[in-house]
Structures are given as C-alpha cells and as structure tokens.
Design a protein around this ligand. Structure first.
Ligand code: SF4
Length: 448
C-alpha cells in the first residue's frame, strides 16, 4: 500500500490573471471555475485523504511548503506550460503528479513527459479510480473516460472548498448540467474532450441549484440547448426555484416560441450565442451551417422580447474572412443590439483534427501553448498576413466597447442589462491595453 494521507490539487494561474499581475485576486463577477470543487467532491471518503487546494489565480502558491503524497494539476492549453513547471518541480521532489484538463486530455503523451499519470476527459469516474489505484500501488499511466459515463453518480461539487480563499466573499454559483456537444464546429474542442454529449439527471441538477444560496446561477454547459427535451424538463423543474440564470445556447432556441417562453419563465435572463460569423459561407465551411445568418436579427429580437439579453460571440481568422469582415461584424452588432459582444480568434487547439489539418497545410506559426488563448494569432490566415489579422482583431475589440455605441446598443430590459453594461465597460478597460499583451506577458516566464 502506498502512503496517501494528503493530496494537493493545483490550478495554475488563468490567462486574465497574467494581465492584471495579481492586482485583482478575485474572479470576475465572483464566478469561480468548478474544477477544484468537483475534484474535491470526487475524493472517496473511505480513503480518508486530507485535501489541500491551491488556485493560483487568486493566491500565490508557496510550493516549497506543499507537503503532500500526491499532486493533482489541471490545465487548459494556455495554462499548461505553467502546469508543466509545477509538475516538473514536484516530481523533482519525488512527489508523484497526476495531470488532467482539456490540454492533457487531447495530448496525453505530451503531458506524460511531465506527469506520472494523465486523466483524459470527464474525471467523474476516473479520478476516484486513480486515487484507489495509487493507494494500491497500481497507478496507471492513462485513465480514459468511458463513453457510457454515468453522471448520476457524480457527487455535488464541494462549494465550501473556496471558503477563506479570497478577501472578498465569493459566490460559487456555477452549475453544469450537461457536458460535451454533439455538434462538430471545426474550431471547437467540446466534441473531443468529453467523448460525446452527457446529461446529469435533472433531479440532481435541481438539488444542486437548491443548495446554492445565490439567486443567480450561471450554467457552465457548452450548449444548454443541445437536447431541447432535456432543456424543457430542466426549465419546468427550475420554475419553483425562482432563480435567475444565464447559459450558452444555440440560436435555434428562438425558433420555438413556446420553449423560449418556458426558458424565460424558468428564470433565464441572458444567453450566450455563438454567432461566430456574419457570413453564411464561413459558417458552412466550419460545419456550423445550422446557424443561418438571415435569421440572426429576428432571433435577437425574439430573445429581447422574452426579456433575455444576448451575449454574442464572434470568431475571426476563418479561411473565407477578408478584411471587410471586421467592419461588417461591428455594424451588424450595433444594428441588431447585441448586448454583450465577445470576440476570439480561430485557434486550432493541439490534439484536435483541426490542428492536424493546419499542421499538414504548414500553417501553424506559433508553437508556444501559452499563446493559444484565442486572442493571439497562432496560424497563418488565408486572406491577410497574420499581423494584419491581429491588428484588425485588436481594432474591433477596442471599437465595439466605446461607451456611446454601447449605450445605444444595449436593450435595457432588466437588471441583467446593467450587468451587460458593466461587462462592456470591464472589457473596454481590459482591451484598452490589448497591444500590451505581448509575448512576455503571455508566456509568463515568471517563476512558479
Ligand atoms: S455548438 Fe457550440 S459547443 Fe457545440 S461544437 Fe459548436 S461551438 Fe462547440
């Protein structure tokens, strides 16, 4: 039997916290990722393991003082270099280290160069299994998520584990009802990280929501509208809870008037819609042809009429994007009153078929994973030099949040419109420094 009386769970510093250089050690709008609370809840009680958590986004990690029998680190692609630094450090101290998260899931062989074991996909079953194996000296190199994953066994995330972690009172109000997505949009990692689409039993989700004191719930699902029958049942069950909620959704939600009414009645106050592009050919090219541009404006009106604000996400750097697309998108956003626009750059994440395709075409120009934050150009675009794509991307990110157009654009429907205003102003401040997010800041070579 191996000694396993203490485990340390580490989440390396998130990308936005590199920009702020530790000035704001609190998550924006008090939303905290569920990674650590879920992992804490998955530690089997019968193993009697003491758990220590370290979230580098809100605290400095004093690594020399971490005394554990096992280290567990979770990372996404732009944070993985830092995760590797931690893993290398602890292994140099002969403390076994396990890695999980999106990047390790998609690139297990790379992660294994820094860790003793890798957990791929959703860790609900594999994390406790890994701990039992470790204790019995049977640690496997790779744990893979089963396709027939049973989420009914998932315990509720440990919402108390962040207590005393921040000088501000934090509200852990994120909930995830479904995992993965059955769509296959070319730029998205969701179809690959979760081995398909999975739902938690609605009663369990409702029980979790009931346990949250806050009136405001944020669903972290990739797409809450994936299965409209499930969504209908979830909304019916949420009506008595009298919560306000926001979630990512697809635009076809607006096509079904009855469902939209039910969604609003259940407390939905804002949806994040992946519009991605205002060009139908582009949408077809990236396998997101189920988004139909000619219906966009009408759909946004329907959401507003239902009292739901619209956050809209757009991606630039697709093969059919020409320089005019930036102005066209800005005009579209202002004309259609998208309350909270957001932009990212087309990013081929390592380990996906899209990355392999770009590699075959010799178009990958950035090999430092820290730069894969969707705000930096990492592949050769088709119709303009990479520098021009970056410049135009920075331009729209500054232009769209100017106060005058923002005030005209937002539909003041309810208090969530005020939150949209606050978010617009927050992004305006952040993006005024966009040109300063240089490689030095991004690669974050500061010591761990
Ligand atoms: S619908 Fe959304 S979550 Fe699903 S694959 Fe497309 S972009 Fe990803």
């Amino acid at each position: 039997m191996a000694k396993l009386s203490k485990i340390a769970i580490i989440l390396p510093k998130g990308v936005p916290f590199r920009y702020t250089k530790g000035r704001f050690n609190v998550y924006p709008l008090s939303t905290i990722p569920l990674t650590i609370p879920v992992l804490v809840s998955l530690v089997p009680k019968e193993l009697d393991i003491q758990i220590e958590i370290y979230d580098e986004s809100i605290e400095k990690i004093d690594k020399e003082n971490i005394d554990a029998d096992l280290i567990s680190i979770s990372a996404i692609t732009p944070t993985v270099n830092r995760a590797y630094k931690y893993a290398d450090y602890f292994r140099s101290k002969r403390i076994p280290t396990v890695m999980g998260g999106v990047h390790a899931t998609l690139n297990p062989q790379e992660a294994l160069q820094h860790a003793d074991s890798v957990i791929c996909g959703i860790a609900v079953e594999s994390f406790p299994q890994m701990l039992r194996d470790f204790k019995e000296n049977k640690l496997q190199r790779i744990y893979t998520q089963l396709e027939n994953l049973d989420l009914s066994k998932m315990p509720l995330p440990d919402r108390d584990c962040y207590n005393n972690k921040s000088p501000f009172k934090v509200k852990l109000n994120g909930v995830q009802a479904t995992f993965g997505c059955d769509n296959n949009c070319e730029f998205c990692v969701q179809p690959y990280v979760c081995c398909g689409y999975h739902q938690r039993p609605i009663e369990q989700v409702v029980e979790e929501i009931k346990s949250i004191k806050s009136k405001f719930i944020e669903f972290y699902d990739p797409n809450i509208t994936s299965d409209q029958r499930y969504l209908r049942k979830l909304c019916e069950a949420m009506i008595p809870l009298k919560k306000n909620w926001v979630a990512p959704a697809t635009i076809d939600l607006a096509d079904d008037e009855k469902l939209l009414k039910l969604v609003a009645k259940s407390g939905c106050r804002s949806v994040l819609i992946g519009f991605e592009s205002v060009n139908q050919n582009t949408l077809n090219e990236i396998f997101k042809g189920f988004n139909t541009v000619y219906k966009y404006q009408e759909a946004i009106k329907k959401f507003h009429k239902a009292g739901i604000t619209v956050a809209g996400s757009f991606v630039f750097g697709f093969d059919s994007d020409i320089k005019e697309v930036f102005k066209q998108t800005l005009d579209f956003i202002n004309k259609t009153h998208i309350d909270m626009p957001r932009f990212t750059l087309n990013t081929p994440f390592p380990g996906t078929p899209f990355y392999e395709k770009m590699k075959r075409e010799n178009r990958i120009i950035e090999h430092d994973w820290s730069m894969y934050d969707c705000n930096h150009v990492v592949m050769k675009p088709q119709n303009m030099p990479p520098e021009e794509l970056q410049e135009r991307f920075n331009w729209i990110n500054k232009e769209v949040y100017k106060l005058g157009p923002t005030l005209k654009r937002i539909e003041f429907l309810n208090m969530f419109s005020l939150l949209a205003l606050v978010a617009n102003v927050g992004l305006k401040i952040k993006n005024s420094n966009l040109d300063k997010y240089t490689r030095d800041i991004m690669t974050d070579n500061s010591d761990i």
